[in-house]
Design a protein around this ligand. Structure first.
Ligand SMILES: Cc1ncc(COP(=O)(O)O)c(C=O)c1O
Length: 417
């Protein structure tokens, strides 16, 4: 095939493709794989029961199913759902927003494709701009969305050792500079892959920096508050203001197949995202919107998050961390302090093999993880640490997680030996 630059760039074998391929194969059930890799959320029975009940209400309500599957929405997204979300954000978060501040996308991954390319790349005037990640490592899904190369830049973190097997990254504000070629700042909070939750002070400092430079701060709230609220530390408040573009998703509530992303931003940004929706996909899907609209209207989406989703992942994170610490006691190994999201980020300091090699050895034993080098988009400098970590999820059945962690521990011991 003779491909354009776009064709070449987007048909390349990317990290996100490897991850989603592994995930699809493992979950298809064709071969027994221990899925500790991709970002598939857990299927939590009490939450699924509510989604089923919502689907039943749709089926029982005259004409609703037909509208849900039979009509395109506006490019901005299902109007009733946008109204429900605006009401929810006003009531629950105290934000002065209306439906004009919200657009839906086909999954929040699609929102990042639109937003990153809106704020970075070639401009009519001035230098080519980039997206800045103030804290590497960051989400693998950002790495390849730019229409240009040389699109991302990341700031190397500071490392705090918390105890014998726990560490935490912090933003190094001394090295964080906003030059003229930065088009937007982006963080995921909680961070995928590490489970870091940036403090309110850190977020405020980033928002101030962004405002002073007249660029947006994009906060990827896929795991954040007010829903699905997969945050294990206390008193984390939702943050939004007109400098911030807040991206949310229904995926980690347990609805990844509904492909529903939510963007909350000032009106001009929402108009722009809606226009890109129209060109790239006519309109975002409405099935996720229809399924959770009632839960948003009643506020139950927050209760479900707090009473079922957050405790489930917190327990799993504790269980997984305990098992690894017990099995790898005596090794120079650290877990990033699990403050949220659905992963553990494991650092095998000075491990004689790279995490890509470890990934391959684990895959040969039917345990899938994600090696760390994919999670440093924009961080050009050589740094051994980039090849010393892996990301594991603990979302599958407990027996699978335990078996997978045991295999990881065995292979890590072999690698050090
Ligand atoms: C941090 C983060 N952002 C965005 C996404 C994209 O999710 P979706 O497109 O399903 O909304 C994910 C998925 O794993 C994620 O982990």
């Amino acid at each position: 095939m003779n491909l354009s630059k776009f064709g070449e760039k987007f048909t390349n074998y990317s990290g996100i493709l490897q991850l989603m391929d592994d995930l699809g194969d493992a979950l298809s059930g064709r071969e027994r794989m221990l899925m500790m890799g991709g970002g598939n959320p857990a299927q939590i029975p009490a939450v699924q029961a509510r989604f089923k009940a919502m689907m039943q209400e749709i089926l029982d309500s005259p004409g609703e199913f037909e509208r849900m599957v039979g009509n395109y929405s506006n490019p901005q997204g299902d109007a009733a759902f946008l109204e429900a979300l605006a009401g929810f954000f006003r009531r629950e978060c105290g934000w002065d927003v209306s439906s004009k501040n919200i657009a839906l996308t086909n999954g929040s991954q699609t929102a990042f494709f639109s937003l990153f390319n809106m704020f970075a790349g070639d401009f009519a005037a001035g230098p080519r701009r980039k997206i800045l990640f103030p804290l590497a490592p960051e989400y693998i899904g950002y790495a390849d969305v730019g229409l240009n190369n040389d699109f991302l830049i990341a700031n190397k973190p500071e490392i705090e050792y918390i105890d014998a097997h726990t560490f935490k990254y912090h933003i190094n504000f001394r090295t964080l500079t906003i030059t003229d070629d930065i088009g937007a700042i982006c963080i995921s909070r909680p961070t995928n892959p590490t489970g870091n939750v940036l403090t309110e002070q850190e977020v405020t400092a980033l928002a101030d920096l962004a405002r002073r430079h007249n660029i947006p701060l994009i906060i990827d709230n896929a795991y954040g508050t007010p829903f699905p609220n997969i945050i294990f530390i206390n008193d984390v408040k939702p943050v939004w203001n007109e400098t911030i573009i807040l991206s949310m998703s229904l995926s980690k509530l347990g609805l990844p197949a509904a492909r529903t992303g939510i963007v909350l931003a000032r009106e001009a940004v929402i108009t722009a995202v809606s226009r890109i929706n129209a060109i790239s996909g006519l309109a975002p899907g409405s099935i996720g919107a229809a399924l959770v609209r009632r839960l948003v209207e009643s506020g139950e989406i927050a209760t479900l998050s707090n009473t079922h989703i957050r405790p489930f992942y917190r327990r799993r994170a504790e269980m997984a961390a305990e098992q690894l610490k017990a099995e790898l006691d005596g090794y120079d190994f650290y877990i990033h302090k699990p403050e949220g999201a659905i992963f553990l980020w494991l650092w095998f300091k000075n491990m004689p093999i790279t995490s890509q090699e470890l990934y391959e050895r684990l895959k040969a034993r039917k345990a899938l993880v994600v090696p760390s080098h994919y999670f440093f988009p924009g961080l050009q400098e050589e740094w051994r640490h980039k090849d010393e970590c892996i990301r594991v999820t603990y979302c599958q059945d407990e027996a699978i997680v335990r078996e997978g962690l045991h295999i990881i521990a065995e292979e890590v011991k072999k690698a050090y030996a």
